[in-house]
Design a protein around this ligand. Structure first.
Ligand SMILES: [Zn+2]
Length: 703
């Protein structure tokens, strides 16, 4: 069983030894068994032996970007520094499992130079800002530990202790943050409440570092979240989870070393921590659109903002401190409408309206505004400036993209036509460090009109591998390489990729073509302001040059997260994991009963399709399986097989038990290393353990 995180941990290539290990991987890789015709001298200081320096076109482009940006506005740097109580001295935070959970050392290079010729100046600026690492006072009574993870953790003084907003991705960084906080301002007081602002994993995954579950179950520590939090926490990542995990290798550049030629941060924060992820279910939900109550003696007004940055999210206003918590709805960046790892497209108009509501409900009087990423804003003028700018950014993207679509601009053109208005472009907090105007504008069309550009040619198009040879046969590989190289040499990288990609699609084993495409992608990567785009180009370049790295994959998952999945979600996902081609001709009706939570299901396999319906029981099932939900979780987590549960009587069956074996024989294990760029495939096969294990579903994804 493989998970993204474990796969990465097993890779010898990740870490400081990357350059050496990268070479080993290169020698091992199937891709490298091909031609070695072009063996350029490695660029000094580049992590990859085939890495190239930025071209003069890239240098020009970055220079122009530098002059076009408002570097004289340095308010972000003032705000980021303001209130520093104590920097964190340890640059690494270790995980209990023995590996490094958090590593700020690898980003120190960003502060050693003013400029890098291979990093967009705006992205570099954001990454320098995200290099903050320590404990900060927001206002007396509100503190943040920043730079310990992709997200920030915030502490608000309650009557009896500390109210925690958004406990990061994993346990160990949270524990370290709490320790630093207690050393300076915590006064030894306990955590008196936890607030999860929304469903993404970087806002709850570290909760076990700071709260004992028994105290939550007993009600001693309230854990507060927006309504339906549990339903949406996992479901967003389950059905297409393996594909999302694979795509994260691109968006988050998971195999790229931190380096001027590689990974330089993620815009939202420097990276995602790699400690233990856990989840304690909330014991109090905010259900109404606006709800006011006291949390440990502090008056709070909660504003639910469903279907904005996350399916369930909420802002919070603390009127007695005039402090506005904007969750992740307003941060120092344009956020994702469409997210490159893959997710249902978000609703920018709805998002904008909720920001507008926060502005007029709270923003006209707030003195300080803080959020789960980046740094706070002080003073009402500044707060209004940021709220209005962000409100308009999302509304403009919605309105102007649809304006253009209504005049015939398609999903395949919009990113070359749509522009953020100049007034917003000049505001740093509207720039694309997470969403980019390019992929977001396409997302808006996708949301309203879908993928089809209305040209019938694209209704039933050939697959790329089938269409590409038609282009290649007209001129031949040599001509394409020559022309592609020429376009590359002229700095026309988007043109060059158009034809060289066709050749790579047609001839996946053509290493010269793959190397040229990698060179093109690398220049495009250096030119991007958006880290998701940069990482994606550089990740593809890496895989084209080296192949997908091989590595043993380990078995595990986060039991807490599995526990959060409903049985229905688990059964739905079995239907996705089933290779229906193996189920032709099979037919059965099964009753599933989980007595401890009173649930029952009919599960049917018919027409090579596995379906389930909750709340029903068949009168004459082929099989009835009875197992407590708590025991079923053991199987879902891979702790105990279904067979073992049947053998020791934990689960009982009536009827034809061979049905379970039949069903198991149709299950397929998803491998997070499937090929994206042609001719890069790893030879390693994922070992299959328990067909009913759910460990590869719902890997929590930070955002
Ligand atoms: Zn987040």
């Amino acid at each position: 069983m493989s998970t993204r995180r474990e796969f990465i941990q097993t890779l010898p290539a990740v870490g400081t030894a990357f350059a050496v290990a990268g070479q080993l991987l290169l020698d091992d890789s199937p891709a490298n068994a091909q031609t070695q015709s072009q063996a350029p001298t490695p660029l000094k200081g580049h992590f990859h032996p085939k890495g190239k320096a930025p071209s003069k076109y890239t240098l020009d482009m970055l220079k122009q970007a530098r002059t076009g940006l408002l570097f004289t506005d340095t308010r972000d740097f003032d705000e980021q520094k303001r209130g520093l109580i104590a920097p964190m001295k340890d640059l690494k935070i270790m995980a209990d499992a023995g590996h490094v959970a958090w590593d700020m050392e690898r980003f120190q290079f960003l502060d050693k130079q003013e400029d890098f010729d291979s990093i967009h100046p705006s992205l570099l600026r954001q990454s320098k800002l995200n290099n903050n690492y320590g404990l900060y006072e927001v206002v007396p009574g509100i503190y943040q530990v920043r730079g310990f993870d992709l997200s920030d953790i915030s502490f608000v003084r309650g009557k009896t202790g500390w109210i925690v907003f958004d406990p990061l991705v994993s346990k160990e960084p949270v524990r370290a943050a709490w320790k630093l906080f207690q050393q300076h301002v915590g006064q030894g007081l306990p955590v008196s409440a936890v607030i999860y602002s929304h469903t993404h994993a970087d806002h709850w995954g570290g909760v076990r570092g700071i709260v004992d579950e028994a105290d939550v179950r007993s009600g001693k520590v309230p854990v507060i979240a927006p309504v339906d939090f549990m339903n949406f926490t996992v479901s967003e990542n389950v059905y297409a989870g393996n594909a999302m995990n694979r795509r994260l290798f691109y968006q988050y550049g998971l195999l790229l070393p931190a380096s001027p030629h590689g990974y330089v941060g993620q815009g939202l924060g420097q990276a995602v921590s790699a400690g233990a992820v856990g989840l304690i279910a909330p014991n109090r939900y905010v259900e109404k659109p606006i709800e006011e109550f006291e949390v440990d003696g502090v008056r709070m007004i909660f504003q639910n903002t469903p279907n904005t940055e996350a399916p369930r999210e909420m802002n919070t206003y603390i009127p007695d401190m005039k402090a506005l918590w904007m969750a992740e709805n307003v941060i120092a960046s344009l956020h994702n409408i469409y997210t490159l790892r893959g997710a249902p497209v978000r609703d920018p108009l709805n998002w904008s309206k909720y920001i507008g509501e926060a502005l007029f409900r709270f923003g006209l009087e707030a003195d300080v505004m803080f959020a789960s990423h980046h740094w706070p804003r002080w003073g009402n003028d500044r707060i209004q400036e940021v709220l209005r700018g962000q409100r308009d950014l999302y509304a403009h993207m919605n309105n102007q993209v649809l304006h253009l679509a209504n005049q015939g601009v398609t999903i395949n053109q919009i990113h070359n036509v749509y522009e953020v208005p100049k007034g917003l472009q000049s505001k740093w907090f509207c720039r694309g460090y997470h969403g980019s105007p390019e992929h977001n504008s396409r997302g808006v069309i996708q949301r309203y009109l879908g993928f089809w550009d209305c040209n019938p040619t694209t209704l039933i198009p050939l697959s790329p591998g089938d269409s590409a040879p038609l282009y290649v046969e007209m001129g031949g590989a040599e001509k394409i390489i020559a022309r592609g190289q020429q376009l590359h040499n002229e700095g026309r990288y988007l043109y060059a990729q158009e034809i060289v990609n066709k050749l790579v699609q047609a001839e996946p084993q053509n290493q010269a073509a793959k190397d040229l495409l990698a060179d093109i992608f690398e220049q495009l990567g250096y030119q991007q302001e958006n880290p998701g785009l940069r990482n994606s180009y550089l990740a593809a370049a890496y895989e084209l040059r080296t192949g997908i790295p091989q590595g043993e994959t380990a078995n595990s998952s986060s039991p807490d997260v599995i526990r959060a999945m409903s049985t229905e979600l688990f059964l739905n996902f079995l239907g996705i994991r089933m290779d229906s081609r193996k189920a032709e001709g099979m037919r059965f009706t099964m009753n599933l009963v989980t007595p401890d939570n009173g649930e029952k299901f009919i599960v049917e396999l018919e027409n090579a399709t596995l379906t389930n319906i909750k709340g029903f029981q068949a009168e004459k099932p082929n099989l009835t399986l009875t197992i407590n939900r708590t025991d079923l979780e053991q199987t879902m987590m891979g702790a105990k097989t279904l067979e073992a549960q049947l053998a020791d009587g934990t689960a009982t069956v009536q009827g034809d038990v061979t049905i379970l074996k039949q069903l198991a024989s149709t299950m397929v294990e998803f491998d997070p290393r499937f090929e994206i760029m042609p001719g890069t495939k790893s030879k390693t096969v994922v070992a299959k353990e328990d067909p009913y294990e759910a460990a590869d579903m719902g890997q929590p994804i930070a955002e």
